[in-house]
Design a protein around this ligand. Structure first.
Ligand code: DX5
Ligand code: ZN
Length: 213
């Protein structure tokens, strides 16, 4: 079980300090939004390059952008250990996943809540993680969508015994993480639950306990 907090709800003027507040995290989830694929704009490559110098933690980049084919490899080259692109946006997902892996990163695909997983079954051997959105991508602090739970189960079934991580992202909290784990997720993004907590690292520990319970 891996807890990968999102810095979307952190203080962007003090990112190095914000990352240092969660020593118990398995990775730092970085949400890149371009105001085209999603109706919000966050940060891009220069910030990721700076973050790379500020922490030794695994950087888990979640690209919510158009044309990931063009932009994703640069994040791997910047030293991110994992780069996730959306299947709804990628033009050549197999080629892109191979490019990310050959740049030394883990490659991952993300699916919006309404995107079915079965059409992408043949892609699974090309990736190291599948991210299932449990809210519509674009903003932190939204309500977890229970309708995604059957897709988490189905994805777990398709993955079989392959060592591919299954990540959930959106509305994950102490209240919802158990349902995700029970359905087969093993990697959990939590943004507002962690950064709105009085003690973010304590919340990371609590989420981990609830995920294994
Ligand atoms: C949403 C982002 C998420 C978001 C999660 O589009 O991909 O990573 O930051 O935030 P919470 O946990 O608050 O839903
Ligand atoms: Zn995300």
């Amino acid at each position: 079980m891996r807890i990968t907090p999102s810095i979307l709800n952190a203080d962007f003027a003090h990112l190095a300090d914000e990352v240092a507040r969660i020593p118990g995290a398995d990775a730092i989830h970085v949400d890149v939004m371009d105001n085209h694929f999603v109706p919000n704009l966050t940060l891009g490559l220069p910030v990721v390059e700076s973050l790379r110098k500020a922490t030794v933690k695994m950087l888990d980049i979640h690209l919510m952008i158009e044309d990931p084919d063009r932009w994703a490899p640069a994040y791997a080259e910047a030293g991110a250990e994992s780069v996730t692109f959306h299947v709804e946006a990628a033009k050549a997902p197999i080629r892109l996943a191979r490019e990310l892996r050959s740049a030394g990163a883990r490659a991952a695909i993300a699916l919006k809540p309404a995107t079915p997983v079965d059409p992408f079954a043949d892609l699974l051997d090309e990736v190291d993680m599948v991210l299932l959105m449990t809210v519509e991508p674009g903003f932190g602090g939204q309500k977890f969508l229970d309708l995604v739970l059957p897709k988490i189960r189905r994805t777990r079934q398709l993955l079989g015994d392959r060592p591919i991580w299954l990540q959930v992202d959106g509305g994950v909290s102490a209240e919802t993480i158990g349902r995700c784990a029970e359905a087969g997720a093993d990697t959990f993004v939590a943004g507002s639950a962690v950064y709105n907590a009085a003690d973010p690292d304590e919340m990371v520990a609590q989420l981990r306990d609830l995920a294994v319970a």
